[in-house]
Design a protein around this ligand. Structure first.
Ligand code: UDP
Ligand code: MG
Length: 306
């Protein structure tokens, strides 16, 4: 029996890329020995993306599926929705701006045929980005790599997952999930394929510096409690200071020079004050995350499926 490969394509304001993605992928897959379906997830686009998906559906009803969110829920949510609606024996997740080369999908398929259950797309180079951006990305991935125990420096969301893995990811109860790391964290027979990040075909990247910082903080806290350990560590650090200064203060008191040291008092107040504030902030952030999870709101809301 021929296998069915699902390709999940999250799309947010990608009106110029839908038809292009359908054509490119159809061109690539037509001559292959497997069946395929293209699962577009419209993540609350403000342009004509959904209209384009409907058009693609009417032109090729056999191979195209469309899922429309009620508003923008972010790429993570779109990926998970795609996993829920994909019917394939293997599911490929790729960007619909064609920055992930379609020919790599065929390579992933071959590896899956050989028995690998997770095929990870790894960026051979990170493409064009500024020095600050590069540094921030590197720091972020260092923390995440430490938390997962997996080297994530060149990881991407471009992956092929076997049905088994997809079903496990779908059952994960957490709301704040980080697909890229989660799909490595589950284990299974994994292999990597390198790919060159292509130029975006049309439109522009959705990532602003602000959204990247938010993304980084969300994912770090969803994967590791390291920031909480930092709070404890800074507590010990302050305690060390306290002991040294305490001894000095006592010595001064018994030798009769106790009035001096007002500068020290001010500095200590400021220092300890800020450490406490930052620590409370970090703890507060985790409490907010717990609150989010406890509310059990859905990851996304679907308004239409075609
Ligand atoms: N995307 C999405 N929801 C969002 C932001 C992005 O579904 O809120 C999709 C987008 O349409 C694209 C993919 O995620 O298919 C990657 O986004 P983008 O190309 O903007 O990121 P970059 O390639 O610059 O990292
Ligand atoms: Mg892109």
């Amino acid at each position: 029996m021929e296998s069915l490969i699902s390709v999940v394509l999250p799309a947010y304001n990608e009106e110029g890329n839908i038809a292009l993605a359908v054509n490119t992928l159809t061109e690539k897959f037509r001559t292959e020995s497997f069946h395929y379906e293209l699962v577009f997830v419209n993540d609350g686009s403000k342009d004509k993306t959904w209209l384009e998906i409907e058009k693609a559906k009417s032109m090729d009803p056999e191979h195209v599926k469309g899922i429309c969110f009620s508003r923008n829920f972010g790429k993570e949510a779109a990926v998970f929705a795609g996993l829920n609606y994909a019917a394939g024996d293997a599911v490929v997740i790729m960007d619909c701006d064609m920055q992930h080369p379609p020919k790599t999908v065929l390579k992933m398929y071959e590896l899956w045929k050989q028995g690998y259950e997770v095929v990870e797309g790894v960026k051979l180079s990170r493409g064009k980005e500024s020095a600050i951006h590069g540094f921030a990305a590197k720091t972020f991935y260092r923390i995440i790599s430490k938390a997962t125990g997996i080297d994530m420096a060149n990881a991407s969301d471009f992956k092929l997952l076997d049905r088994k893995v997809v079903d496990i990811l779908r059952q994960m109860p957490e709301r704040n999930s980080f697909f890229r790391a989660l799909s490595s964290w589950v284990g299974f027979r994994t292999v990597q394929v390198g790919f060159e990040v292509q130029e975006r075909q049309s439109g522009k990247s959705k990532w602003s510096t602000r959204s990247l910082i938010k993304y980084a903080i969300t994912n770090i806290t969803s994967f590791t409690s390291l920031p909480l350990q930092l709070v404890t560590m800074s507590g010990f650090f302050v305690l060390l200071f306290a002991i040294i200064l305490g001894i000095q203060t006592l010595v001064r008191y018994f030798s009769g020079h106790a009035v001096e040291g007002f500068t020290t008092v001010i500095l200590l107040l400021l220092f300890i004050g800020s450490v406490i504030m930052i620590s409370l902030g970090i703890i507060g952030y985790y409490i907010a995350k717990i609150y989010d999870e406890v509310k059990k709101r859905p990851k996304y809301i679907v308004s239409e499926v075609i």
